[in-house]
Write a protein that binds this ligand. Sequence first.
Ligand SMILES: NC(=O)c1ccc[n+]([C@@H]2O[C@H](COP(=O)([O-])OP(=O)(O)OC[C@H]3O[C@@H](n4cnc5c(N)ncnc54)[C@H](O)[C@@H]3O)[C@@H](O)[C@H]2O)c1
Length: 443
Amino acid sequence: MKRRSFLSQSGLVTAGLAILPSGLLRAGQSANDKLNIALIGAWGRATAHHGWLKEQSVVALCDVNEANLKLAAAVFPKAKTFFDWRQALDHPDLDAVVICTADHHHAFISNEALHRNLHVYCEKPLAISVDQARVLRSHWLTKKGKLATQVGTQMHAQENYARVKELILDGAIGELQSAIAWGNRQLRRTGYEPAGEPAPPGIHWDLWLGPSPEHPYSPKYFSGDPGANCLQWNMYADWGSGQIGDMGSHFMDLLYSVTDATLPTKISAKGEAPNPEVQPVDLETHFDHPANDWRGPIRISWYQGALKPRLPLDFIDLEILGHGALFKGTQGFIIADYSKRILIPMGKDADMSAYKPRTKERQLPAIGAFHENWLAACKDPSKSTCCDFEYHANLCEQQQLGLVAYRAGKDLKYDGKAGTVTNAPEANELLKRKYRDGWELKA
Ligand SMILES: NC(=O)c1ccc[n+]([C@@H]2O[C@H](COP(=O)([O-])OP(=O)(O)OC[C@H]3O[C@@H](n4cnc5c(N)ncnc54)[C@H](O)[C@@H]3O)[C@@H](O)[C@H]2O)c1
């Protein structure tokens, strides 16, 4: 029985409601049903998802690069193909969308998918402005419980995240004071590439630009290895957030998941001289977070490029760890990456007497495979996912506020409820992006 006719016969489709929330849709189906998925941005990073997508039903493929679309169509021969994601979302049988495009489309595609009551898996980062993060979060909160969303920070499912959190909750470093992450990648760009040859016929440059202001095509933006081509465009200000949005999405996810952080109240940043066309290589930014129900107020920090946090221990060299996280407490430190952790008791009271390690039975439950976490929620949206659009939009909003403080050149006070900078009105201008005519982001 066709999904639509099943819905109408079971009385779940009512007049005037074109597409029902998939939560209802799933309720009448067995757990073995496959989701009808549109894969948007079908090559590059998407190939990391092809394996599990083959076990679902990919009915639509979209890519602005015809060569990549052809490669993906060979993997999913039954799917209809599109160059424009707005047309792909018009496919009548969709349940869900997986988004692996360039970053400046993420919020737009995700928002449109939510408007169509589709489940969404979106590669990180979800947003490239404070405004985008806020629109997506508020839109998602109106659909929570009926749909499933997940942002592609797959390291979140590593057990180490839970083990680090348990060490802190169980008192191994005393009272938590700060959480710091860093990334040493240095991809210096000076400005958009100059105009040269127009895009070749197989590359739909205008669709690639989408909401972005106009810039001339350059083959350099398409010259990276599959799955790492994002490094060819994500340093440009209209298309990405540089390293704070790229690796920062993974390592600040470790900080957020451990500290249960939401939105900062104060932000400061410093780095190299700002260039409006590109994101900085060297940047250091700090965020003050209020207390929550299990810890006091903390400071979260991000360092990138040549800048790194310092430890008051000269026999531990953080330079060796290209990307990492550091949790500082009143009685010691934890240094961690995705899969490893080092506990360093330190300070005059660091005798470990306050540390009460939990039994195996009380350990935080494993998340399991990251994509399965999303698929399970697509089938039963009353289940939550570990990186939904509320959790990740908070993290994204913080990242973007770091860039706003950097460009404003001022320490900022932030009212997260209202979404406004309260001490520097000019910084509020930087919370939102300007889009090309015809593009608007509305929840
Ligand atoms: N989670 C991770 O660990 C991880 C790793 C790598 C990349 N990523 C993310 O995945 C995304 C893609 O990265 P990539 O390196 O594959 O980039 P990419 O430039 O290779 O783009 C991926 C594919 O999407 C297509 N595409 C781009 N914009 C499109 C649009 N508007 N509509 C349709 N197709 C479009 C491209 O032609 C390409 O085939 C980025 O957002 C990046 O941050 C995540």
